[in-house]
Design a protein. Structure first.
Length: 135
């Protein structure tokens, strides 16, 4: 039995370990977020309904946080810290760009998405291991 299988489920990646084939999967959601940022910064983002961008922030950052949480169980702290730093940095840099605006509401939406994703990921791990989620 591999050493990874003896670790608690919360410390194992959700997808199986495969030399080189799935190690990059946790970064797919992050690449999606970066692509969405690039579209927004270029001014070519699709039109959204009023406040639709806030829902987009929740979904995109939640998607990224969930992927990082589930895929990098031994590096969750730095991975989520880097995602939060990216979020804050991206909003702060918008002050310098004429067609962009920085917004605390965007930051709150990002934080909400991250919190929801981490909460759902923890529940998924608890259900997967058959244990109750520690409160």
């Amino acid at each position: 039995m591999q050493a990874a299988n003896r670790r608690p489920v919360s410390e194992q990646a959700v997808w199986p370990t495969c030399p080189g084939c799935v190690r990059w999967l946790p970064f797919v959601p992050l690449v999606v977020v970066l692509a969405a940022m690039a579209l927004a910064w270029s001014g070519h983002a699709p039109p959204l309904p009023p406040h639709g961008d806030k829902l987009g922030h929740v979904v995109l950052y939640g998607f990224a946080a969930g992927g990082l949480w589930l895929g990098l169980p031994h590096h969750r702290g730095w991975a989520l810290g880097a995602l939060v730093a990216l979020t804050v940095g991206e909003e702060a840099l918008q002050v310098l760009v004429p067609h962009r605006t920085a917004s605390l509401a965007d930051l709150a939406s990002d934080a909400l998405g991250i919190a929801i994703a981490v909460g759902l990921a923890r529940r998924f791990e608890a259900a997967r291991s058959g244990l109750e989620l520690a409160r």
